[in-house]
Design a protein. Structure first.
Length: 261
């Protein structure tokens, strides 16, 4: 086993050990019919604890927002008394505000576990995200580009990004004279290579669920499928491990040390 693999095993082992210490304390305060969320906030390396961070969770069904107490020196936070459902995440730390694109599931009479790594945006990405988020808040969607061409055989569209950015998982709206459909952006490629995002001035290829024609406009309806907590975030809060964690499309993430057996 290499050093990197050993370090990863030790890190996950530490996470589990600390959670076993904290979990009984959370369960003592369990409210009948409600669920809890316990976890860690880490720096972008995924191992350095972030103290003093507040994790906010928003129930995507009813819009209710809850917030944790400040994370301790181990980065541990707790949110108690949550209704069953899916929750969007946001993190406020000394370094700034961070949006998450993942959803966390909470079940009645259970405690979900999650680990979050916060990392700053690169300057060009940050500016693009802020630009798109501002349009979403004001108009409901943001024009980010247009279709240059569509291959009916592969059903891939060549999209030129005019402004902002397009990220894998974004909800998009393709609109033209005879085109009008919504879908999630997946399998983005630039010059044949898979990418997670495309910025202004770039052409990217992505599969369309319906035919399109050159000139159709592409709008981002929702960044990564979830309305952002913060209009001008400093960076992103990425869920790196957890139980009952789902993507915006409802697919369960299986690569998790906390996944229930």
């Amino acid at each position: 086993m290499g050093k990197g693999a050993k370090a990863k095993v030790l890190s996950l082992g530490l996470i589990l050990a600390v959670l076993f210490f904290y979990l009984p304390q959370v369960l003592k305060a369990q409210v009948a019919g409600k669920g809890n969320l316990i976890g860690f906030v880490y720096d972008q390396d995924g191992t350095t604890p972030v103290a003093g961070a507040v994790v906010m969770v928003k129930n995507i069904s009813n819009g209710r927002v809850f917030q944790s107490s400040k994370s301790d020196n181990l980065g541990v936070f707790k949110v108690q008394g949550l209704d069953t459902g899916l929750y969007a995440l946001g993190v406020t730390a000394v370094a700034g505000d961070f949006n998450s694109g993942e959803l966390v599931g909470v079940a009645a009479n259970e405690t979900s576990k999650v680990a979050i790594a916060i990392s700053p945006y690169e300057k060009d990405v940050m500016e693009a995200v802020q630009q798109v988020n501002k349009d979403q808040q004001e108009k409901g969607e943001s024009r980010i580009g247009h279709v240059v061409g569509f291959n009916s055989g592969s059903r891939e569209a060549d999209v030129f990004i005019e402004r902002g950015l397009l990220q894998s998982g974004d909800r998009i709206h393709v609109k033209g004279e005879s085109t009008d459909f919504y879908q999630d952006a997946k399998a983005l490629k630039i010059q044949g290579a898979g990418v997670r995002k495309a910025l202004a001035g770039q052409n990217c290829m992505l599969p369309f669920i319906k035919p399109a024609v050159a000139g159709d406009v592409v709008y981002v309806v929702c960044k990564r499928g979830i309305p952002p907590f913060f209009l001008a975030p400093l960076g992103i809060a990425a869920v790196i491990a957890g139980s009952a964690v789902l993507t915006p499309t409802g697919e369960e993430i299986t690569a998790s040390p906390f996944k229930n057996k």
